[in-house]
Design a protein around this ligand. Structure first.
Ligand code: DER
Length: 253
């Protein structure tokens, strides 16, 4: 389909430009676009991949890496990652993203943040945040490319919560402006979706107006007791690749 072709196009272009021979530790995201990222990395050949280690953002991501016969690593062994490539549910004009459609956004955000390249101020001086280069790259089909968050993605901001606290968090999300937040229920499972971390997911819709300042909404939600992580990735992505319906590619940074 056009959507699958546009996912593949975005993924292949991002790998070709951002997964280079000297990149060793690579974060692999979750969802239906990242399989095209893995296939393109495999196509770079066993010689370059045998030196690399691949860090998953959840069970599905781990299965992808193992099935591709790539070396699996953990973020506790490799806390600094060269490049992380991941999908998104929606991306705005400032490269802020809604993520968590696949209920993997806690580990995704940890790996997105770990993909920082610190350039020290000078060789002698202490390593510092002289120039922080996020090597977190988003790949997505054209449906995700929006001016503002909430334009196309109507399911709400995914919020990972401790199961014990979910009812309180639902109430408090309304107080901070969410319209009709809902506990995410399983489709092929009776009861709520449970994340790879054993937590529940709440989908919290906010108005497009509110989501024009996603950082404000992120801070409001993150401060609610019982919230584990929020599917708003603000000022994190270095670039975003979108495949278009007509076969062209849009790259934003
Ligand atoms: O949950 C996520 O953030 C995933 O990255 C996912 O939403 C990406 O969506 P995709 O299946 O369209 O790639």
């Amino acid at each position: 389909t056009e959507i699958e072709a546009s996912k593949q196009q975005a993924a292949w272009a991002a790998v070709d430009r951002h997964i280079l021979p000297h990149h060793i530790v690579i974060g692999i995201g979750s969802g239906s676009t990242v399989p095209y990222v893995v296939e393109r990395i495999v196509a770079q050949g066993a010689d370059v991949n045998k030196h690399r280690v691949f860090i998953p953002t959840g069970f599905q991501s781990k299965e992808l890496i193992v099935a591709a016969n790539l070396r699996l690593g953990d973020v506790d062994q490799y806390p600094v990652i060269d490049v992380t490539i991941d999908g998104a549910d929606e991306v705005d004009r400032d490269l802020n993203a809604i993520k968590g459609g696949g209920a993997c956004h806690l580990r995704e955000k940890v790996l997105a943040e770990a993909a920082d390249t610190f350039v020290p101020t000078n060789a002698e001086g202490p390593r510092s945040r002289d120039r922080l280069t996020h090597s977190f790259i988003i790949v997505a089909d054209y449906r995700k490319n929006s001016e503002y968050l909430g334009t196309n993605w109507k399911a709400g901001v995914p919020v990972e919560v401790a199961p014990f606290a979910y009812a309180k968090v639902l109430q408090n999300l309304v107080l901070v402006g969410s319209q009709n937040p809902k506990l995410r229920m399983g489709k092929a499972k009776a009861g709520p979706v449970v994340s790879d971390n054993g937590n529940f997911i709440i989908d919290a819709p906010f108005s497009t107006e509110d989501l024009k300042d996603p950082l404000r909404i992120l801070k409001l939600i993150k401060m609610l007791t019982g919230v584990v992580e929020v599917g708003l990735f603000c000022h994190m992505a270095e670039a975003a690749y979108f495949g278009n319906v007509d076969g062209s590619l849009t790259v934003r940074w």
